[in-house]
Design a protein around this ligand. Structure first.
Ligand SMILES: Nc1ncnc2c1ncn2[C@@H]1O[C@H](COP(=O)(O)OP(=O)(O)O)[C@@H](O)[C@H]1O
Ligand SMILES: [Mg+2]
Length: 409
């Protein structure tokens, strides 16, 4: 065979191998993409299951076992529209719904009303004994004091119950069935840290309002998270003055939690997804599960070592709230060694992965870039810092974010 023929054959074989390779590459990529989409899809909650959960809630409401100010709206009004379920499968039940054209969110830690610990006890003959209203108020007062340092000692039993629930307890005292439904409904809500904290922090401008409840679900303002808060792969180009404004909102949130509640309030799970940006451009804490008053956080740290001695400082942390292990006693120290401000600087203003190049305060105007980088670094390192050091960082950040020359890029 001539050399010309050989080269044609060789060229054909190579082309064929390349085509096979391309074909295999496309098949593998498509399979991978489909697998990733399927995995993500299966991790996300299902709208049809969420609708079934609401139907179940309404079934129990209609038979009088579940009460709350929102039940009639959710179960009987045509202007209640389910939009979508918002969370991953194993997380809380979080539903975006519309009521009278207003966006709201329904939340509950568990799917069913009956998944919460019950109240009272069963007798051997099968009947169930509920606490009296007076006993119930005492249990509620104690649980609220332990969990959130709610102090109701100066008000009457029913006033205390009314201030933590969406309906007036007096309406139900005439019928034991209704009273038990009211107690169980409130009891299911009190098992949910977020509900308790949202009621405790109700008048703070950085938390969504509780608009009402139905059984174990509570309705709050819809305040979605915003891309501006999330570090992105491709950054830059967006409005610095808006980001500086949002950053000042975070500073104001941190200052308010230090100042406005008698004792400090700690946000122990700081990530962009857990904050919403309101239409008023205010920053809101939309996942308040890990928002703890100081004394409750101290109890959490102590609880860490109630069964076993600590052997590292890391073993003592409660999510983003850090403390030290005392290696001599084997106990976690009760006081937190970092602060809301430190974690906000670390996880919101900058990014742990690439520091100031991502995060909310990425790409600052040149006029403040160097100074800001220095202060942010100091802020991220605020561990075991004094009040004076914290106050200094607050004021430096605040004035840099307010600086006139820094408003325009
Ligand atoms: N008030 C709200 N407004 C808008 N979206 C919300 C609100 N609360 C929660 N979400 C959305 O639902 C997601 C899950 O809610 P979250 O309370 O964080 O649940 P989990 O405790 O399971 O993380 C949030 O990341 C957010 O996207
Ligand atoms: Mg969350």
């Amino acid at each position: 065979m001539s050399s010309f023929m050989w080269s044609i054959l060789l060229y054909g074989a190579r082309k064929c191998a390349l085509r096979k390779f391309c074909f295999m590459f496309v098949v593998i990529c498509t399979t991978l993409i489909i697998a990733v989409v399927l995995i993500l899809w299966s991790l996300h909650c299902s709208n049809s299951e969420a609708r079934a959960i609401i139907r179940d809630l309404c079934f129990h409401h209609q038979r009088g076992a579940v009460l709350g100010s929102m039940c009639v709206n959710i179960c009987e009004k045509p202007n209640f529209i389910f939009k979508r379920c918002m969370n991953y499968n194993e997380g809380k039940q979080v539903y975006h719904v519309k009521l009278n054209d207003n966006d709201i969110v329904l939340k509950s830690e568990r799917r069913s009303f009956y998944n919460f610990p019950t109240l009272g006890y069963d007798l051997p003959n099968g009947s169930h004994i509920f606490p009296s209203l007076q006993e119930f108020s005492r249990i509620v007062r104690e649980s609220l004091w332990l969990n959130a340092r709610f102090n109701f000692s100066h008000i009457s039993d029913t006033t205390a119950l009314n201030s933590i629930w969406s309906m007036q307890f007096q309406q139900f005292v005439g019928s034991s069935e209704s009273l038990h439904a009211a107690m169980l409904s409130l009891w299911s809500l009190l098992q949910q840290d977020e509900y308790v904290m949202l009621v405790r922090l109700l008048h703070n401008t950085h938390f969504p309002h509780v608009l009402g409840t139905c059984g174990h679900f509570y309705a709050i303002d819809y305040i979605p998270s915003d891309a501006i808060l999330s570090p992105r792969l491709v950054t830059g180009g967006d409005d610095w003055s808006l980001r500086a404004h949002v950053a000042r909102q975070f500073l104001e949130l941190a200052a308010s939690l230090d100042r406005d509640f008698g004792e400090r309030v700690h946000i122990c799970d700081v990530k962009a997804d857990n904050f919403g940006l309101g239409a008023d451009l205010g920053v809101y804490v939309i996942d308040a599960d890990s928002v703890l008053v100081d004394s409750r956080l101290r109890a959490e740290f102590a609880f860490t070592t109630s069964n076993e001695n600590c052997s590292s400082h890391e073993a003592c942390s409660f999510f983003d709230c850090l403390t030290l292990c005392n290696f001599e006693t084997g106990w976690c120290q009760p006081q937190r060694i970092n602060s809301n401000l430190q974690v906000i600087c670390r996880d919101i203003f900058t990014s742990r992965l690439s520091n100031a190049r991502r995060g909310l305060l990425r790409s600052p105007p040149t006029a403040i870039a160097n100074r800001l980088a220095v202060i942010l670094k100091e802020c991220v390192n605020l561990i075991s810092a004094s009040n004076e050091q914290e106050t200094y960082i607050y004021s430096q950040l605040d004035s840099l974010l307010n600086a006139k020359g820094a408003q325009q890029h």
